[in-house]
Design a binder for this molecule. Structure first.
Ligand code: MD6
Ligand code: FE
Length: 206
């Protein structure tokens, strides 16, 4: 499988997961969402809702609310239940692309409806930045923007399609990035318009 270094530390793996694999994974995610329903996180302090709905897989999950802010926790914020396990294909994704000797602990599942976006942010709620973040996109294409460690650094954009993976580590581990827009109707994977992005992370130092 070919991969492309977009920036130092950012590697793009177009078509990492084939269509059959994507369909199986979507079925796994459907079952996971029945056990751990999508929730709408809110911003620390302001309480403004995200336009993206989320859930998690694995030992730890990323959550955010007005009162307690961004954090990882072992249970769903609404049901109090542990997060569902990660499907084997995500363990394979991590093993093949992270180059990290210990397993991923968290898989954040972001669901974008056609109007959802994700503002420029850094992934920096983990206790360790030694491991890269590995992401996989499913469903409609989206415009992903990536810059540098400072919010004002110049950015470049890339269109992520269903099945594409991205590894985000080394000097890019703390780069600002976000999703400017989703392109509705560009994939037939999901029954409705929208996009799913999975991000796998190591949260604690092994
Ligand atoms: C998204 N992705 O693609 C949002 N973060 O919907 C991320 O925020 C992200 O793709 C860290 C590393 C890779 C990512
Ligand atoms: Fe991110």
């Amino acid at each position: 499988m070919s991969s492309i270094m977009l920036l130092p530390g950012v590697v793009y793996h177009p078509g990492w997961l084939d269509r059959a694999g994507q369909e199986t994974l979507v079925a796994d995610l459907r079952a996971a969402v029945r056990a751990a329903p999508l929730f709408t996180p809110t911003m620390p302090r302001t309480g403004k809702p995200f336009s993206v709905r989320m859930t998690n897989l694995g030992r730890l999950g990323w959550v955010s609310d007005k009162e307690r802010g961004y954090r990882y926790q072992g249970t769903h914020p609404e049901t109090g239940a542990p997060w569902p396990p990660m499907p084997a294909v995500l363990e394979r994704l991590w093993n093949e692309l992270s180059g990290f000797p210990a397993p991923a602990e968290a898989c954040l599942v972001n669901f974008y409806d056609p109007k959802a976006r994700m503002g420029l942010h850094q992934d920096r709620d983990e206790e360790t930045f030694e491991a890269p973040v590995v992401s996989l996109s499913l469903g409609d294409a989206a415009l992903f923007r990536i810059g540098g460690r400072n919010r004002k650094d110049p950015t470049r954009s890339i269109r992520l399609e269903s099945g594409d993976a991205l590894t985000f580590g080394g000097e890019a581990r703390l780069a600002f990035h976000g999703i400017d827009r989703v392109y509705p109707g560009t994939s037939t994977l999901l029954p409705q318009e929208g996009r799913i992005n999975l991000t796998l992370r190591r949260v604690t130092a092994p």
